[in-house]
Design a protein around this ligand. Structure first.
Ligand SMILES: *Cc1c(COP(=O)(O)O)cnc(C)c1O
Length: 242
């Protein structure tokens, strides 16, 4: 299968999941996760109609994004989806239109300050660890619905994030655990969607976006309200182990 054919199939699955959930396909934006794949593959995907791309490492993005941008006729939107070290925030801000992986108050403050210096605002999503897996980055939120101490700690941090003038907080992002059956990821997606509702109610903020769902589970994520799905292998094929 070519990249173009893969994109076609993924878009079909997105439409099917939307139909099942009673949602409109244009509510869901496909992010083609191009990490580890060369610029040529990204260009092929762009020619096939992909417009949003996701990368997770700054060094790789620095060498890839300018090459791709110079060779495509329409502007692409680049999404940072990997953990960002504070000292790399400036490079990220220069390369990407969205950052999905704002995972601490400190990093949020850093991005806000950098954006203000440039007189702009940065579109971000807050990465939330709702699964409770220790290896995962993100604001700690596994028990936000029933652990009052966890909830108040989270509320106090997020309240400060929402107040940052250099950020436009578009919503929440999460990574589901790797499970044999994608249905097992459903409670994690549902929890992120419920957290979004709770935050909107509590802080009178508008959080239109939920970034959730990858190759193995994006149809389930769409059923639970995803507006961004981050799909790599189903488009570009299996990645060489790095
Ligand atoms: C790699 C990656 C993806 C895409 O994963 P696939 O299984 O290849 O679809 C999505 N989100 C994040 C944060 C990633 O690092």
């Amino acid at each position: 299968m070519t990249i173009a054919e893969n994109i076609h199939v993924v878009r079909q699955h997105i439409e099917d999941a939307c139909a099942k959930a009673g949602r409109k396909p244009d509510e869901v934006t496909l992010i083609a996760v191009s990490k580890t794949n060369p610029a040529e593959a990204v260009i092929e995907a762009a020619v096939a109609g992909a417009q949003h791309f996701g990368e997770n490492r700054v060094e790789e993005a620095e060498s890839k994004i300018p090459v791709v941008n110079a060779q495509v006729s329409k502007p692409l939107t680049w999404h940072m989806i990997g953990h960002v070290q504070s000292r790399k925030a400036k490079d990220v801000e220069a390369l990407f239109q969205y950052v999905h992986s704002v995972d601490t108050l400190k990093l949020a403050q850093k991005f806000s300050a950098l954006s203000l210096e440039k007189g702009k605002t940065l579109d971000v999503l807050l990465e939330v660890n709702v699964s409770g897996e220790e290896a995962k980055h993100g604001f700690v939120a596994s028990q936000w619905a029933n652990d009052d101490a966890m909830k108040s700690a989270l509320w106090s941090e997020l309240e400060q994030v929402f107040a940052l003038p250099g950020l436009k907080v578009r919503g929440l992002m999460t990574m589901a655990p790797i499970v044999p059956d994608p249905q097992q990821a459903r409670p994690v997606f549902a929890s992120l969607a419920a957290l979004r509702e709770a935050l909107q109610d509590r802080f009178s903020v508008v959080l239109p976006d939920l970034s959730m769902g990858m190759t193995d589970d994006y149809p389930v994520a769409i059923e639970e309200g995803a507006t961004f799905v981050r799909v790599g292998r189903a488009i570009f094929g299996e990645r060489a182990i790095k």
